[in-house]
Design a binder for this molecule. Structure first.
Ligand SMILES: CC(C)(COP(=O)(O)OP(=O)(O)OC[C@H]1O[C@@H](n2cnc3c(N)ncnc32)[C@H](O)[C@@H]1OP(=O)(O)O)[C@@H](O)C(=O)NCCC(=O)NCCS
Length: 167
């Protein structure tokens, strides 16, 4: 397994391919949709990599296998929190610890900047819920009808992780 690394704007093409793969094959797992992102220019993905931390793992050929992002808000009273987004591991790479390694890299990065991490996960996404619990996240609530998907609604479990040393 390769160690997760922080992507740079030069990784935009590889990350775009992985991100769109996730949006296409796991549409219920994300707030964003393939339709929203598939026609965006490469510069949009590069700008995102330049403005927010995104981690990825790669296989022996250098192809990206998994990714997770962090988001921080500029508002003074919300600067103690960070948000995990865009967690995705290619189906053929799952079950080998990549998701946990990505999350741990994101947590270590976040611990230098914020006191707490938050994330939302669709209720019933057993793999993701188990992954986040394994990394130490606990559920603090549920948002009913958080996503409108395919004419129906999906609830999301809201999870948090206190980061030691900054509270
Ligand atoms: C969720 C996801 C990222 C997990 O990635 P992964 O690389 O397979 O996860 P890991 O191998 O690191 O697993 C770490 C832990 O998570 C839990 N876990 C992962 N997959 C699981 C599954 N299918 N069922 C139950 N628990 C699971 C286990 O506790 C596992 O530890 P263990 O292997 O020691 O039992 C991956 O399944 C995925 O990309 N899913 C689709 C996209 C998605 O749902 N993203 C989350 C959006 S909120």
């Amino acid at each position: 397994m390769t160690k997760p690394r922080l992507l740079q704007p030069e990784d935009a093409a590889a990350w775009r391919e992985l991100r769109l793969h996730g949006l296409k094959h796991e549409p219920r797992a994300f707030g964003a949709t393939l339709a929203e992102e598939q026609n965006l220019p490469l510069a949009w993905f590069a700008e995102r990599l330049g403005s927010t931390p995104v981690f990825a793992t790669a296989d022996a050929t250098g192809a990206l296998t998994g990714t997770v992002g962090l988001r921080f808000l500029p508002f003074e009273q919300m600067r103690h929190k960070g948000f995990v987004w865009g967690m995705y591991v290619r189906p053929e790479a799952r079950g080998a610890g990549l998701g946990l390694a990505l999350l741990q890299a994101a947590i270590a990065h976040a611990a230098t900047r914020v006191e707490e991490l938050r994330l939302d996960v669709v209720d019933g996404n057993a793999a993701a819920l188990a992954l986040y619990r394994a990394a130490g996240f606990t559920a603090y609530g549920t948002e009913p009808r958080a996503l409108k998907h395919g004419g129906g609604y999906l609830d999301e479990v809201l999870m948090a992780l206190r980061l030691p040393g900054r509270c």
